[in-house]
Design a protein around this ligand. Structure first.
Ligand code: UDP
Ligand code: MG
Length: 294
């Protein structure tokens, strides 16, 4: 059986279209569709209830826990031999699913949907997504450009992934991180026809920071770099002085002081951020709370 996991937040206009398209793409397969209502404020849950039946299930959160939690809940519920995560707004074309299944049946344990064309998105959204993916690729050490949450996982990598219990987990990176035989299918991002996108620039920046913190400790080293930079700057001033170029008696000291002071504060901030993340993890709170299943 194939499990299809659909995180849904304020998607009342998309639920029934999504279900219809998924059914078309999965015709002839044994499958289940799991809609996870991530604490929507509109009629999403009512729409899911209307669609529910033999092959369609719904899980409703007690409040909005975020897309990562919604994906996780769907994967926790999935009973299939493979699970596919797909957006509710049809920006991930369900028509690509048969290609994913074919690669899976030919032995791939993880089939990633990669964006060949990002669709008609605004310049600012395209830019924020680009910055986000660059930052993520750099800190995680895998190429994340073109990566998305549109991924098929075989039961094996799925079980492996579910063993990662950190609260700040990042699905598309973890899917890479667990290893196994990966293949890609390429798709063009369709425009969102109905409802609004939820990931604005601000949301993406905080999402990136959180995910970088959960995968890398590199930012903690910036303090060391700032120290090194200050030493180099001091050397440069010294050399200038040896050549008889004098920038005034206080200039060097003042520059260094400001520089080091600023960077100290920045690194203190980063330490604080990691401390906050550690605090979050140590509390080991549930990633989501289910209010109701259907
Ligand atoms: N989503 C969610 N919880 C959230 C935000 C979004 O489950 O807090 C879902 C949303 O319903 C959609 C998917 O995540 O199915 C992607 O959201 P969106 O289309 O807003 O993101 P984008 O297309 O900009 O990546
Ligand atoms: Mg979308």
């Amino acid at each position: 059986m194939i499990s299809v996991v659909v995180p849904s937040y304020n998607e009342e206009e998309n639920i029934s279209d999504c279900r219809r398209e998924l059914e078309k793409a999965l015709a002839g397969e044994d499958y289940e569709i799991i809609f996870v209502d991530d604490g929507s404020k509109d009629k999403t849950w009512r729409r899911i209830a209307e669609e529910s039946g033999e092959r369609v299930r719904g899980v409703r959160f007690s409040r909005n826990f975020g897309k990562e939690a919604a994906i996780r809940a769907g994967l926790d519920e999935a009973k299939g031999d493979a699970a596919i995560v797909i957006d509710c707004d049809l920006q991930h074309p369900p028509a690509v699913i048969p290609k994913m299944l074919e690669k899976w049946r030919n032995g791939a344990l993880c089939v990633e949907g990669k964006k060949s064309y990002r669709g008609r998105e605004s310049k600012s959204h395209g830019f924020s997504a680009w910055v986000f993916n660059r930052l993520m690729s750099g800190s995680i050490g895998f190429d994340m450009s073109g990566a998305s949450d549109f991924i098929l996982l075989d039961r094996k990598p799925l079980e492996a992934l579910l063993r990662y219990n950190e609260s700040g987990s990042f699905f598309r990176a973890l899917a890479q991180y667990v290893g196994f035989e990966h293949e890609s299918v390429y798709y063009e991002v369709a425009a969102r026809e109905k409802g609004k996108g939820k990931f604005t620039f601000g949301v993406l920046v905080s999402y990136a920071l959180k995910n970088i913190a959960s995968f890398s400790s590199l930012p903690l080293l910036t303090g060391v770099f700032s120290g090194a930079a200050a030493v180099i700057a001091a050397l440069a001033l010294l050399i200038l002085k040896l050549f008889g170029i004098n920038l005034g008696s206080f200039s060097g000291g003042v520059i260094a002081l400001i520089f080091i002071g600023g960077l100290t504060l920045i690194s203190l901030g980063i330490v604080g951020y990691y401390l906050g993340r550690i605090y979050e993890e140590v509390k080991n709170r549930p990633k989501y709370i289910v209010e109701e299943r259907i």
